[in-house]
Design a protein around this ligand. Structure first.
Ligand code: AMP
Ligand code: MG
Length: 405
């Protein structure tokens, strides 16, 4: 067991215990937000036929050579095609076929003239301008050819991707199986939103934050709810959750107080304790154990601390078990926009607001005014962490700092 792991080491120890996901085939409507497990190739050309991009007439451009208001071309309209229809007529010199947007261009035609640029006179279309071959002509397969790679393995299927797959007729896709997490929070003081607090009670918010973040990362969440600070109850809940979930996240009970029971409970279950504590603040109180092969990540009950630890420790693990590479955290340098006077004997993760200035340079402001680790609302204003080295005597505006976006 490691007492007080470095952040990077802690991250790696958790990631190591994650399993890469298997694959399953799901119907397109269920594939939204999922991660592709294989490359997808187009089973058909797109568009599937030569197609008219507008309402007009299909014809041969050669018939319009020299056409002008003074000497218009006149072509016999021999057929009309609506979207969804098809004309078996072959367009030869002297004739035209009326087309609606999206309808197939008949064989023989090499261009389409916009309806607005024509006049219809008793079955004849009158054209007062020249057309060039392949004007207003969408070729079969011009977006995608049969066999082209439409989407690469590991892409996250957002709305546009789902639309493209539907457009080429793909009805089901192989995606990574979603892992399942069980989340539970512990604390005698906690009650559910919607109930009235007795003196000393507070609303439990961690389950909501953690469950929502897990869902955003593509994890199914089973919620065990709020548990009292009772070793037997917590032990039973963890053992039961380990039977149903791929991993467990708990909050509360990992500090050094009398009712901080998590470490004793996990030991009592015979779990392997991998590390206890991480050298970063907030979020130093954290316990990582493995029970029955299932990783159990026990975060502090402190709402901000648990959120910070989640963001700093779990992304690489979540990336591994979901196959979603975009979950990996990006680390970069940014120019600090404000002074931060406090000394940091230990490494700190300060909430920050990152943006790019007018020259595209990465800049960051530390959100400092309410930086107690119990302050949840600060999470609403920030989009990154500023990684402050241990032993820092303060940071000055204009300095380069390392941020985790
Ligand atoms: P603990 O880690 O159990 O010592 O809790 C640390 C602090 O966070 C205490 O002030 C708790 O009341 C508070 N806390 C614990 N669990 C939650 C929770 N689920 N939601 C909000 N606050 C909590
Ligand atoms: Mg507690």
């Amino acid at each position: 067991m490691i007492e007080k792991a470095e952040l990077e080491e802690a991250r790696r120890l958790i990631e190591e215990r994650g399993c890469a996901p298997g694959a399953e085939k799901v119907a397109l409507p269920e594939a939204h937000g999922r991660v592709l497990a294989k490359d997808i190739t187009a089973p058909v050309d797109y568009p599937p036929f030569n197609r008219s991009p507008l309402d007009g007439y299909a014809l041969q451009a050669a018939d319009t050579v020299g056409a002008s208001p003074g000497a218009p071309a006149r072509l016999k309209v021999v057929d009309t095609v609506y979207a969804g229809g098809y004309s078996h007529k072959i367009v030869t010199g002297g004739i035209a076929v009326r087309l609606m947007t999206g309808s197939p261009i008949p064989e023989g035609a090499d261009c389409v003239i916009r309806q607005e640029d024509t006049r219809l006179e008793e079955g004849w279309v009158v054209i007062e301008k020249e057309l060039i071959p392949w004007e207003n002509y969408c070729f079969r397969g011009e977006n995608l050819r049969k066999g082209d790679t439409v989407l690469k393995k590991d892409s996250v299927l957002q709305a546009a991707a789902i639309g493209v797959l539907a457009g080429v007729g793909v009805a089901a896709v192989p995606v990574y199986k979603k892992p399942t997490a069980a989340v539970l929070s512990t604390g005698d003081e906690l009650i559910e939103p919607g109930t009235l607090p007795a003196p000393g009670q507070i609303y439990g918010s961690n389950l909501y934050t953690i469950a929502c973040r897990l869902k955003e990362c593509g994890v199914n969440v089973l919620s065990t709810g709020i548990l009292r600070d009772d070793s037997a109850a917590i032990g039973n809940a963890v053992a039961e959750a380990a039977g149903r979930a791929d991993f467990i996240v708990t909050t509360g009970g990992v500090s050094a107080g009398e009712k901080d029971l998590m470490a004793a409970v996990m030991k009592g279950l015979g779990a392997e304790i991998v590390f206890r504590g991480v050298k970063i603040r907030p979020g130093s109180a954290v316990l990582f154990s493995v029970f029955g092969g299932k990783p159990v990540i026990s975060l502090s009950g402190n709402p901000l601390a648990s959120a910070v630890t989640f963001e700093l420790l779990l992304p690489s693990f979540l990336q591994k078990i979901t196959g979603n590479r975009s979950l990996e955290r990006r680390t970069m340098q940014a120019v600090l926009q404000n002074d931060f006077d406090k000394k940091s004997p230990v490494r700190r993760a300060l909430r920050g607001k990152f943006w790019r200035d007018c020259e595209g340079k990465a800049v960051v402001e530390i959100i400092d005014h309410m930086h107690s680790s119990g302050n949840l609302t600060v999470a609403l204003k920030s989009n990154c962490y500023v990684d402050v080295e241990k032993g820092s005597t303060g940071l000055k505006r204009g300095e380069m700092v390392r941020i985790i976006v």
